[in-house]
Ligand binder design. Structure first.
Ligand code: SF4
Length: 828
């Protein structure tokens, strides 16, 4: 883990609370880069590899003076100067990060600047279709102009907001009726100057009001039509929802006696349960979705606070503002199902940072990606290290080569017809990607989003239909020999939606799914009888279910809250429907997991006699227990791996790869030769493979960006599906490398004869050095190298220990070019 630094005010609550959250997760206390020194233009020095968080200057008087110029801190105004100085400061931080090797800015300074300009923020939200109250077009030079514009728009009630800054400072709720005006504001007019007051006051004297508006107009105004807000027990309410990494994790109800509900103005926290009950489950889901969509307008920001207004009808919703530093909500725990249960807003952010910057992660979907941290393992961490030098066995799950982080925009974008022109159109693998899940598992960094509303699912299926048509046209008459539907969780779709998905695959793609092995992923909560019936009826032969652990507490620790009864019921339903093959995914390395509890989960899985079992190492390190020290955690995982492997082998399973175990003679499982067969991916998270080009849509890690990519995908015009967008072109060397990696990481190994037949050279010709290093470590079977040299025949195979180190061997075989591209990938 890199070091963290926070640009903030030393001793400020935001800084100390974030540092406390870091300590809870075992992360070194972040260094503080004082805002005052940034604003004075002093040199910003960062350690290489620092992850830099930008926080608010808080209420520091000195920083305030540097931002707004000299004057009393309690005065209102100076917003334009504040914004200019603040933006210049964040730009300096950006420059410092850019010139520090390996440093990463955990924020987007351009987005912060937009959030601190209510006019720009409103325009951005409105363009993205996020509900916002209508606004008067600017600029508005003063009170006279404001009144004239209100009359033209026939608006009797408006909110007048200073263009810059956050919170209620200077905001006026203005009501004009029959020639009379009344305003409510926290601004206090004293001797021709404006001051912030903690008390909300009313003005009915028009000349006072005009003076206030004229003073505020100097720094720019943003005027929105009044949005009548819902109330509870006679008090107006709205919500502050914190969205961390794209997921709404925390919500607080703000209650006020005036239209201003801000907590520092005497507003108080209300009862969220009551608000949820009034909204109903569907209304609550819509409210969270609006917040997530608002946050998705700022995909480079790790966390934002969305102020959501609920209308008096308890149906209409509108975003009042998006706050770059809206996360200061002490003692507030995460929403159930958000993945942030039991942690505050800062804890959720630290966890998101750890998840993004942990070395790698697990993945359970075949056609879409988990980030893989490659590294020049070679002889170990050091050049010339002896075989006894230990290398972490867990560097990255390489289930596809090259990883999507090495894909780049294709310019010009080739047509699919061109891409597939010289490729075989038979023996293809069809992969459909459904990027939706009912909740976000704590260990997941896959391309998926939670809480997708029905309309989005429908729009996604529309887009799949357009894409299927484009692919079918480009490939003329593709022949599929196997198919899979992954995610996400494909069974997030209802039975009717699944039916539509199968219809479009068969009707438009022309894929006869009943004639080929078809695998579908599911989850305990969504493996319902009606959905399973559709899957069976449409030819599904293999069902894969992510259980992870049969112990509820372990499932919770992995942030996949589920109950054992639910898991057993799902497995029972799957067996009852009667698919040819069942796969169960389990995870080892969970906080608190022991050899006994691991054995318990293995046996609970074996009780269902699944045709396949996948054992995944956990990749997001728990920072308690054995996870506190990376080395101990590696040893622990390796021990659990060996235990799991031996247990399954003793139960009659054969090992197919480090993760996969299969009952001999199983039918219904897909036999896809990914080394040489082509793959057609449908969906914005799926990739497609030809022999010379791997391509897909944009790739992202952060949930906010994932949402944005899905939203873009569903809005694509039908003709936009005729081209490949981002990708990686494989030359001869990369094709050989891919063949080597994909074969060697299987227990069966690499067939030397077929390698020579395919490429016309011996594998040693290109990879002697790498293979010798593996042999030195005892990771290649006995005399495989010698035999290969002598006869160029037989199989190149990993030893059991080599297989156990697959996640170190895979990344070690990456080419320099792929490593460079992966390292240069800007994480989103
Ligand atoms: S179900 Fe799978 S894809 Fe969905 S959040 Fe969990 S691990 Fe990720």
């Amino acid at each position: 883990m890199s070091v963290l630094a926070v640009v903030g005010t030393p001793g400020d609550r935001r800084v100390t609370m974030f540092a406390d959250a870091c300590a809870r997760y075992g992360v070194r206390e972040p260094a503080v880069v004082p805002w005052t020194s940034v604003l004075r233009g002093e040199e910003i020095r960062l350690e290489p590899g620092t992850l830099v968080r930008i926080d608010s200057p808080g209420e520091d008087a000195e920083a305030d003076g540097l931002l707004r110029g000299p004057g009393e801190p309690s005065r209102v105004g100076g917003g334009a100067r504040w914004h200019a100085a603040f933006t210049a400061g964040t730009a300096r931080v950006r420059e410092a990060v850019d010139r520090t090797p390996g440093a990463v800015l955990l924020a987007d300074v351009g987005e912060i600047a937009v959030m601190f300009d209510k006019r720009l923020c409103h325009a951005r939200l409105s363009t993205a279709g996020v509900p916002v109250p209508p606004a008067l077009p600017g600029p508005i030079g003063g009170y006279a102009e404001l009144r004239r514009r209100m009359d033209e728009a026939r608006w009797g009630r408006v909110f007048v907001k200073p263009a810059h800054g956050s919170s209620a400072s200077g905001v006026i709720a203005l009501h004009s009726r029959g020639g009379r005006v009344k305003a409510v504001t926290s601004a206090d007019l004293v001797s021709g100057r404006l001051y912030n007051s903690l008390r909300v006051r009313s003005y009915e004297n028009e000349s006072d009001l005009a003076a206030i508006v004229d003073l505020l107009a100097v720094d720019g105004l943003h005027v929105e039509r009044w949005f009548p807000k819902a109330s509870l027990d006679g008090h107006v309410i709205d919500l502050r929802v914190v969205v961390v990494d794209g997921t709404p994790t925390h919500a607080v109800v703000r209650v006020g006696r005036s239209p201003m509900t801000n907590l520092h103005l005497g507003g108080s926290r209300g009862d969220l349960g009551e608000v949820r009950a009034e909204l109903g489950p569907e209304g609550w889901a819509r409210a969270l979705d609006v917040c997530a969509r608002a946050a998705a307008c700022f995909p480079g920001s790790l966390a934002v606070g969305v102020d959501l207004m609920i209308g008096v009808d308890w149906r209409s919703l509108a975003v009042a503002e998006v706050n770059a530093f809206g996360d200061l909500l002490p003692r507030l725990e995460g929403l159930p199902g958000s993945g942030a249960e039991g942690v505050d807003t800062y804890g959720a952010q630290v966890r998101a940072i750890l998840a993004r910057h942990a070395p790698a992660e697990i993945g359970n979907a075949r056609g879409e990606g988990a980030i893989v941290a490659g590294g020049p393992v070679g002889r170990g961490e050091e050049e010339g290290a002896s075989p006894s030098v230990s290398v972490s066995p867990y560097q990255g799950y390489v289930y596809a080569y090259p990883h999507k982080t090495s894909y780049r925009p294709l310019d010009p974008r080739p047509s699919l017809r061109e891409v597939w022109a010289r490729e075989p159109h038979t023996n293809l693998f069809l992969y459909l990607h459904i990027p939706f899940c009912e909740m976000r598992c704590g260990f997941c960094n896959l391309f998926t989003r939670t809480g997708a509303p029905e309309e989005l699912v429908a729009a996604y299926l529309d887009a799949l239909e357009h894409q299927a048509r484009a692919v079918r046209d480009a490939l003329d008459d593709p022949g599929f020999v196997t198919a899979a539907i992954g995610g996400g969780t494909p069974t997030y779709l209802s039975a009717a939606e699944l039916t539509r998905m199968f219809d479009l695959t068969e009707r438009i793609m022309g894929a006869d799914l009943r004639a080929v092995p078809l695998s579908v992923e599911t989850s305990p909560a969504t493996a319902t009888t009606d959905r399973l019936a559709v899957l069976a009826e449409r030819g599904t032969t293999r069902i894969s279910i992510g259980v992870q652990s049969f112990i509820d507490a372990e499932a919770r620790a992995a942030v996949r809250p589920q109950r054992r009864e639910e898991v057993e019921a799902a497995l029972g339903a799957i067996r009852e429907v009667g698919f040819e093959a069942l796969n169960i995914d389990l995870i080892y390395g969970i906080d608190g997991q022991t050899e006994t509890s691991w054995r318990y989960s293995l046996d609970a899985a074996l009780a269902w006699k699944p045709e396949e079992i996948y054992l995944y190492p956990l990749y997001v390190r728990p920072l308690t227990g054995l996870g506190r020290r990376a080395h101990d955690w590696d040893d622990h995982r390796l021990a659990l791996y060996r235990q799991g492997r031996d247990h399954l082998l003793a139960a009659g399973y054969e090992q197919v790869s480090m993760r996969m175990f299969r009952l001999p003679g199983s039918v219904g499982v897909a036999e896809y030769r990914c080394q040489s067969d082509g793959m057609v991916g449908l969906g914005c998270g799926a990739r497609s493979y030809t022999s010379r080009l791997h391509y897909s849509y944009e790739y992202a890690v952060g949930a906010g960006q994932v949402r944005a990519i899905i939203d873009d995908y569903v809005r694509l015009a039908p003709e936009e599906f005729d081209v490949a967008n981002v990708g990686f072109r494989l030359g001869e060397d990369e094709r050989r490398r891919r063949h080597l990696i994909q074969s060697l990481l299987q227990a069966e190994g690499l067939d030397l004869t077929s390698y020579r037949e395919r490429f016309g050279v011996e594998v040693m010709a290109g990879f002697r050095e790498e293979l010798e290093r593996l042999a030195e470590r005892g990771w290649l079977e006995g005399d495989a190298l010698a035999a290969e040299e002598a006869a160029g025949a037989g199989w190149l195979r990993l030893t059991p220990e080599g297989l156990a180190h697959s996640d170190a061997i895979g990344p070690a075989l990456f080419s320099g070019r792929v490593r460079e591209l992966m390292a240069g990938y800007e994480e989103r």
